[in-house]
Design a protein around this ligand. Structure first.
Ligand code: ADP
Ligand code: MG
Length: 947
């Protein structure tokens, strides 16, 4: 489809048109020729107007991946076997001819294997002209009436064109005609029946946009590229029958517009389709002869037919060509019938022919490479060098791809099966070529002259476009002097010229008049423009003011933006600081909550422990109470017994003879004397306030000594025991806490814990052992036991190796501990309460006793002792050692080490441990009340120090 361009506004002519910047892909068309014979196998089908499908023929069928491979290729347009040459021309070549007439270059080539219809497409077959004759016909149909006289345009040897006036052209023509040989093509035409039909194009195809104010000339040249040599097929060489000269190869050059041209190539100016085709046919014939003479493979040469169109505008008068070289436009259309694209091995070329064939093949290879590189450069943005210079063919067309111009390719394929593989190659190349883009040529700049010059001068008087046309000059008669005796032509010419001269004078007068009017109009226009200019100036200044105002506003805004940005920056910084703070605080919170949790768990643990302790203590006290009740009962019984005894004694005194009487009381008195001495008078019964009246501990100690001395008398010791009990009884009521004064009244041997000594006492009497806290207590107990019934070791202690029997006394109040070290006694009788029965069987006793240490941890004590049989028939235990099991938690210790409100006194006490005296006094105090804790020690000390 031809594309129409809207005429661009007139602008001054340029030497080289600036590229438009637009690009078009290479137009690739596909033509499928019909099979030569209907029985031939076909491997190519036309799917639609853009697609062909190629499939392997039966003989070639390849099964890959279990699939029958069919490949489709798309083209700008696909022409089937039935498509006539005219349709092909209209679609493919017509736009190129239109471009040529508009001053743009074009390239059209046919590509395919030998016998695929390249020549048929390009040249045509007899009676069915191809693209070439059709192009020529269209050109001459379009420019025919506007052609310049021969030799008005003269091609130079640098691919340029010159112009000369018609008279000079006429003279040159005459000079040429005078030359005897060779004949000009315009002479007698040898009508070759072979091509007569080809050019007999009935279709009067015409370009639609032909500048009628231009004059045109067509030049054709025909070259052949064979074995990378360029031969001029139109060169007139004297034919030497004896020794035929081999054709001289030509070289390529680049012109100032970067177009390549063949130097010294014959370019024939042609004035009609027939003339042009005749020239072509002559070249074609020569090509054929050369091929035969030089034993060439004709299908291996590229034929390039170049149509050059020179055009230049008519002058203002419209009857002469403007004599300005810059105004001439030279465009060219190259029609290329390429060599067969098949690989060398397909042809049966041998020796020299094979080498040549290889070279020709090389040209096509280079063409492929160039197309590939171009495509890569365009698609990947690379800048690889395109190897145009590697072959004459590509070098010649370099500027079509690099510069600008329309490039079209017709891919010819023969659908026969034998060509399958080659056709595949052709298709691949063709598809790739489509991806190459070529710069779109820009419109030829137009000359600055008014259009319609040609016809304005030819049509006289008639108004055209509302203008009164000037009278046109009388046409010049023919001025060719064919006869030397011609006396008609010149006078006639002189007459016409004179007429023209007169007309010219009239016109110049008119012109002067018109010029004057024009000048005044111009002046008026100028003044109006001035006023308009002033108005515009005013507006402009106004606008400028607005702009400056806006600029200041903009600056203000920018400043504001800057300050705001600064503020934002500060705020962002602050935000980050706050965020950091927040993070820190959160961390702290977490650690605090963890700490709290830890403390809570500690608290829970402590609570559980305390609860255990409370339960234990409650149980202890319950037992204690029971025991005390029993003890009281026993005591009362004892008292009763003593009284009975006394009564018996009294009775005996009464009944027995009097001589015996005084002995016993005196002894008794003697024994009691020291006591009575130390005790303040009156000699009250020892039961009341015996110890409470003791002023200090020294007296207390002596009292103890007294006790010891009197232990031989059972009745008295019993009485003293009763007294002790009476003294201690009030302290039992004080369970909540031990007051200083009350404790001070206690006997040191009774220890700080009334509870323990009470228990012990009860135990002695009942024969059940209890735990004494210290060794001295034990001694006292022994004494007391002696007083009542001194222990007699009836059984000898067996040696350890002999296998001791143990009583393992585990009170049920004991809490199980999770210490690693667990007491284990083999061959032991485990009891929950000490029973006489069990003790009788064993000689060793162990009590597992638990108590809460000052640090809050449970302390397990294994109190061990030897079992003795008492005189009274009971069992006594002599404690020998205490094994302590204690679990300490590292955190608990830590807690203890930290200063607390209860600690300072202890610290103060520790600070006082400086001399032996102090330490001794503390030690004494410890004996008395270590279980009361450091607070007690502290308070006790000052009193101890008193002399
Ligand atoms: P090539 O130039 O590619 O080697 P030719 O153009 O010489 O092939 O074609 C070989 C033969 O096929 C010629 O006899 C030609 O007439 C015939 N031929 C090619 N194309 C067509 C077509 N489209 N229609 C009819 N005949 C064709
Ligand atoms: Mg051919």
């Amino acid at each position: 489809p031809s594309h129409r361009r809207v005429k661009t506004p007139r602008r001054p002519a340029l030497k080289k048109p600036a590229p438009s910047g637009l690009k078009d892909p290479v137009g690739v068309y596909c033509r499928v020729r019909p099979l030569s014979r209907p029985d031939q196998e076909c491997c190519i089908e036309v799917i639609n107007e853009n697609t062909v499908q190629i499939h392997p023929p039966d003989g070639y069928r390849i099964f890959r991946n279990g699939e029958y491979r069919e490949t489709q290729y798309s083209f700008k347009e696909v022409f089937g076997t039935l498509v006539p040459q005219k349709e092909l021309f209209d679609v493919v070549a017509k736009p190129l001819v239109e471009d040529l007439i508009r001053g743009k270059n074009g390239l059209l080539f046919t590509y395919g294997v030998t016998g695929s219809g390249k020549t048929h497409t390009m040249t045509g077959s007899p009676g069915d002209g191809g693209l070439l004759p059709r192009c020529l016909a269209m050109i001459f149909n379009s420019i025919g009436p506007f052609q310049a006289k021969r030799f008005v345009f003269k091609l130079d040897d640098k691919n340029g064109v010159d112009v000369q006036c018609e008279v000079d052209a006429l003279l040159e023509r005459q000079k040429r005609d005078a030359m005897p040989v060779p004949k000009t093509p315009s002479g007698k035409r040898q009508v070759d029946p072979e091509f007569a039909d080809m050019i007999n194009v009935q279709d009067h195809c015409k370009a639609e946009e032909v500048d009628e104010d231009n004059v045109y000339s067509v030049f054709v040249s025909y070259i052949e590229i064979y074995n990378n040599y360029i031969y001029d097929l139109l060169e007139e060489t004297p034919f030497d029958l004896i020794k035929p000269k081999p054709p001289q190869s030509k070289i390529l050059r680049e012109d100032q517009n970067h177009n390549m041209y063949v130097t010294g190539c014959t370019e024939v100016e042609v004035k009609s389709t027939e003339e042009a085709f005749e020239v072509f046919w002559k070249g074609q014939k020569k090509r054929r002869i050369a091929n035969t003479q030089l034993n060439r493979e004709s299908s291996r040469s590229h034929g390039v037919f170049i149509i050059k169109l020179a055009q230049a505008p008519l002058d203002a008068d419209g009857d002469n060509v403007l004599q300005e070289k810059e105004q001439i436009t030279l465009s060219q259309l190259s029609l290329v019938d390429l060599a067969g694209s098949e690989r060398t091995n397909r042809t049966k070329a041998e020796g020299n022919r094979l080498r040549e064939a290889g070279n020709i093949n090389q040209s096509l290879m280079t063409l492929r490479t160039c197309i590939e590189v171009l495509r890569e450069n365009q698609m990947c943005g690379t800048n690889k060098m395109v190897p145009y210079r590697d072959s004459k063919l590509t070098h010649l067309f370099k500027n079509y791809f690099d510069g600008e111009g329309k490039v079209r390719m017709i891919v010819c394929v023969n659908p026969k099966a034998e060509d399958y593989e080659e056709s595949l190659q052709v298709m691949r190349f063709a598809e790739m070529t489509q991806e190459v883009e070529v710069a779109r040529p820009v419109d030829r700049p137009l000359c600055g002259l008014t259009p319609g010059r040609r016809f304005r001068n030819q049509i006289r008087g008639g108004p055209i476009n509302g203008e009164i046309l000037l009278p046109s000059f009388p046409p010049l008669p023919s001025c060719e002097l064919l006869d030397i005796n011609d006396d008609q032509t010149l006078p006639k010419l002189a007459e016409v010229l004179e007429e023209r001269h007169k007309l010219r004078q009239k016109l110049s007068e008119e012109f002067a008049k018109n010029a004057l009017t024009f000048k005044t109009i111009l002046r008026e226009l100028d003044s109006s423009i001035m006023s308009k200019e002033n108005y515009v100036q005013g507006k402009l200044s106004e606008k400028e003011k607005i702009i400056t105002g806006q600029k200041t506003e903009l600056e203000r805004m920018e400043k504001k933006i800057k300050t705001l940005e600064y503020k934002i920056e500060i705020l962002e910084k602050t935000a980050t600081i706050y965020e950091e703070d927040k993070r820190h605080l959160q961390q702290e919170l977490e650690s605090q909550s963890q700490k709290l949790q830890r403390q809570a768990s500690d608290k829970r643990r402590l609570e559980a422990r305390l609860q255990g302790m409370v339960a234990e203590t409650t149980m202890k006290w319950e037992k204690e109470c029971e025991r005390r009740v029993a003890a009281k009962q026993l005591e009362m019984q004892n008292k009763l017994w003593v009284k009975d005894e006394k009564l018996k004694q009294l009775k005996a005194i009464v009944t027995e003879p009097k001589s015996e009487k005084p002995e016993r009381p005196s002894r008794e008195r003697d024994r009691e004397k020291p006591i009575q001495r130390s005790i303040s008078p009156p000699p009250v019964p020892p039961s009341s306030n015996f110890i409470t009246q003791v002023p200090n501990s020294q007296q207390f100690v002596s009292n103890q000594q007294v006790h010891r001395r009197s232990n031989s008398c059972s009745s008295i010791s019993v009485a003293s025991c009763v007294m002790e009990w009476e003294q201690k009884t009030p302290s039992h009521k004080h369970t909540g806490g031990i007051s200083k004064t009350r404790t001070r009244q206690q006997e040191p041997g009774q220890s700080r814990d009334c509870n323990t000594s009470d228990r012990r006492r009860g135990m002695c009497w009942t024969g059940i052992t209890e735990v004494p806290k210290r060794r001295d207590e034990l001694e006292i107990e022994e004494d007391q036991c002696c007083r009542n019934a001194p222990p007699v070791r009836l059984r000898h202690r067996r040696s350890r190796s002999a296998g001791e029997r143990w009583v393992d006394h585990k009170p049920p109040s004991n809490l199980p501990t999770d210490t690693v070290m667990q007491p284990h006694v083999p061959h032991a009788i485990t009891v929950a309460a000490a029973s006489e029965k069990a003790l009788a069987k064993c000689d060793k006793y162990m009590l597992t006793h638990q108590e809460l240490a000052s640090d809050g941890e449970i302390e397990t004590k294994l109190i061990k002792g030897d079992v003795f049989k008492t005189r009274g028939g009971g069992q006594a235990v002599q404690f020998t050692e205490i094994e302590t099991l204690k679990q300490e938690s590292p955190t608990g210790r830590k807690r203890r080490s930290s200063p607390s409100s209860a600690d300072p006194p202890a610290d103060a006490a520790n600070a006082e441990w400086t001399d032996v005296e102090t330490r001794c006094s503390v030690a004494v105090e410890m004996r008395a009340g270590s279980a009361l804790g450091p607070g007690y020690q502290h308070h006790a000390q000052p009193k101890r120090r008193k002399p």
